[in-house]
Design a protein around this ligand. Structure first.
Ligand SMILES: [Mn+2]
Length: 347
């Protein structure tokens, strides 16, 4: 296991030096943020990020994400052009030693929450999701926290309209088409693709979601069997789906070499489809983080881990989910779990 930390590049208010000071941190998970989705990333920008990481003795082996253009998801006529750009990004990232790319195939919204600052009894705050509130929203007049700036409302409406005729099957076929083109490049240059599960793992606003459950994963692995076609095991996203047996999945998929990257965080259920994000500890929420970590170890998991979303604590007012303090605590807790489980198993 390699412990990593998400870093939003040179504009991140959390410096690489700060990240390096978190015990056990081997590298960062980052991306190029100043280039429109679908275009080729400049070698200079990639090299600058890599040089900064080198300077701070942090590896840059995981990229999250190389976003997938909506035209690829929609299967539009011009998708091959965007896929070729994607392949070029894979090659350029491999040149600087990147080993794993996290991406998702969620239409329009790559995560959804209804509140970014839900206050807990202890005064900390975190992201939360309330399904009733989502159902009450008119997607045509959408104003969701974290998304307000992403599209103009005309663009958003046009995009939602384009997805009207896309079924889950079609979206899945478009994913397979994309993978069949990029996986040979990954095999050639030694990069693993790690698809992030849908967050939350169910259809929203009539938009299809296709990476939500064990059945979806089996379909994905069967369609494109290469081991470069793997997953980002995100406990918080998958765990929002009450039917997902995370311990079973963590063991099964790590044993099969499919988990290239793990996002570990806890959530507390507050309704059938409702949850709020909590501290990483098992006792803080509804997911058995110890059990999941043990299942990863038992399955022989050797991939990258990062503490996923943290709360805002100690007066920090950070990018929602991505403050320093609670994620650093999460990393230390997870490092402790991994050490105890691995040493216990070797006794
Ligand atoms: Mn995640």
């Amino acid at each position: 296991m390699k412990m990593t930390f998400r870093w939003y590049g040179l504009n991140d208010c959390i410096s690489l030096q700060t990240i390096k000071q978190i015990p056990g941190m081997t590298g960062v998970v980052t991306a190029v943020y100043d280039t429109p989705v679908g275009s080729v990333w400049s070698r200079e920008t990639i090299a600058t990020l890599k040089a900064e990481c080198d300077k701070n003795s942090l590896e840059m082996e995981v990229i999250e994400s190389v976003p997938v253009h909506e035209d690829i998801k929609l299967g539009r006529g011009n998708r091959d052009e965007y896929i070729e750009n994607y392949c070029e990004n894979i090659r350029r990232l491999a040149e600087v030693g990147v080993k794993c790319i996290c991406y998702n195939f969620m239409p329009v919204f790559d995560w959804l929450r209804t509140n970014l600052h839900t206050v807990a009894a202890d005064g900390s705050n975190s992201l939360s999701y309330n399904h009733e509130e989502i159902l009450a929203l008119d997607p045509k007049k959408l104003s969701l926290p974290g998304w307000d700036e992403s599209y103009t409302s005309d663009e958003l409406n046009a995009l939602l309209e384009s997805y009207k005729d896309i079924s889950r099957e079609q979206l899945f076929d478009n994913l397979v088409y994309f993978l069949n083109k990029i996986i040979p490049v990954c095999e050639e240059v030694g990069i693993n693709m790690a698809i992030h599960p849908d967050d939350p793992p169910w259809d929203v606003f009539g938009l299809p979601r296709i990476i939500c459950s064990e059945a979806d994963y089996e379909k994905l692995f069967a369609a494109v069997p290469s081991n470069c076609n793997g997953i980002t095991f995100c406990t918080g996203s998958l765990g929002a789906g009450r039917n997902n047996d995370l311990i079973k999945m963590a063991y099964e998929y790590s044993k099969r070499g499919k988990i290239h990257f793990a996002h570990i965080r806890n959530i507390a259920y507050s309704g059938e489809c409702d949850f709020r994000e909590v501290a990483h500890l098992t006792e803080a929420g509804s997911l058995d983080i110890y059990g999941i970590t043990k299942a990863l170890c038992d399955g022989g998991f050797t991939g990258y881990v990062r503490p996923d979303h943290g709360r805002n604590i100690w007066g920090e007012d950070a990018k929602p989910g991505y403050g320093l303090f609670d994620r650093a605590l999460g990393a230390c807790y997870l490092n402790g779990l991994f050490e105890a489980i691995e040493k216990g198993a070797n006794k």
